[in-house]
Design a protein around this ligand. Structure first.
Ligand code: FDA
Length: 306
């Protein structure tokens, strides 16, 4: 099921037709407050009153022209301006392919630099499929050499991530750790979920230790896995970390009760809100993470309410 949904996420025929169907549109409302930036900002404002910061991402992936990359850049520059005017605790999370990576690393790098210059807060870089990892790391390093307003996502399902993280530590980076959402071969990614989880835990330990040794600006544990969250919290106590030494991040609409519970118990939580009309591949990846969502599309589980 997971593989079929991930296959569907890259299928242009389905991407063209399914989003027009009303039941599919209704289903996505569970995972996004709306297609417009205004709806995302309103929700970010509401979440801030509940003690949560937000991350915002404009949906959309590979582009057909550099003009589209400029349109994405302009959209994000507008977002950053509105955020500064509204004074909301909101950061953006961008895909380098949306900033024109397929037209050359320099195209994406230049636009990423513009975004980093336009804000005092962090610009997060999403990690896409494994073919993009090398170039994403290279661009991250290049932009970090002149502007440190950057954070990077790393994926625990990739076999290479432990080495990548070790190589990044001298930069004192901000790292968001996820399990990974793309369809990868067993040559590059662990096929077994237990291995992905074990690797996630090991990497979390590296992030926390680095933080305590002064070599990690912001470690972010981005998962809805409540058992993992508990294990990381336990490990943090064992290592002597305070609650504000690390953060949690979750997707909008998923494990809301856990999001509230963490905030109430004094943890730092950021919720990622997606907006925009190109939601099909992203939505299919959310279904692939939990195929039961295909059945539950109109009624979230109790843990996702709240
Ligand atoms: P896991 O898949 O083990 O799920 C644990 C539990 O969480 C499930 O049993 C279920 O209860 C709940 N859950 C998980 N997904 C759910 C869903 N879709 N619907 C309902 N319940 C669900 N990936 C990537 O490759 N590049 C990136 O840049 C990012 N960025 C990113 C940012 C943030 C803030 C988050 C939270 C996630 C990402 N991801 C990502 C996605 C990530 O790789 C991963 O696919 C999802 O977070 C799901 O994995 P979990 O860690 O939640 O664990």
């Amino acid at each position: 099921m997971r593989k079929a949904l991930l296959w569907a996420s890259t299928n242009p025929f389905l991407a063209e037709r399914l989003p027009r169907m009303r039941f599919v549109k209704r289903a996505t409302s569970r995972f996004m407050p709306g297609e417009s930036w205004e709806e995302a900002l309103t929700e970010a404002d509401r979440l801030s009153t509940r003690g949560m910061g937000t991350l915002v991402t404009l949906l959309g992936e590979n582009l057909d022209s550099i003009d589209q990359a400029d349109a994405v850049l302009d959209e994000y520059l507008g977002v950053l301006q509105d955020v500064s005017d509204a004074g909301v605790d909101l950061e953006i999370s961008v895909k380098l392919t949306q900033l024109g990576l397929d037209f050359g690393p320099e195209v994406a790098q230049e636009r990423l630099s513009r975004l980093a210059e336009a804000t005092q807060s962090l610009v997060w870089i999403d990690m896409e499929s494994s073919d993009y990892v090398d170039v994403t790391l290279e661009i991250f390093r290049n932009v970090m050499s002149t502007n440190r307003n950057l954070g990077l996502c790393l994926q625990s399902y990739l076999r290479r991530t432990e080495d990548d993280l070790d190589n990044l530590l001298p930069l004192d980076p901000s790292i968001r750790l996820v399990k990974g959402a793309y369809n990868e071969t067993r040559e590059v990614a662990y096929p077994d979920k237990r291995e992905v989880d074990d690797h996630y835990f090991t990497l979390s330990r590296t992030l926390l230790k680095a933080r305590l040794n002064g070599g990690m600006a912001r470690p972010v544990i981005a998962t809805h896995d409540t058992r993992m969250i508990e294990s990381v919290n336990r490990m943090a106590v064992e290592l002597g970390a305070d609650k504000d030494d690390y953060e949690f991040a979750m997707l909008y609409g998923i494990e809301r009760q856990e999001q509230n519970r963490l905030v109430t118990s004094g943890h730092v939580v950021r919720v990622l809100i997606s907006y925009g009309s190109s939601w099909f591949p992203w939505y299919m990846r959310r279904l692939a993470e939990r195929p039961a969502n295909c059945l539950l599309y109109t009624s979230p589980s109790p843990r996702d309410r709240g």
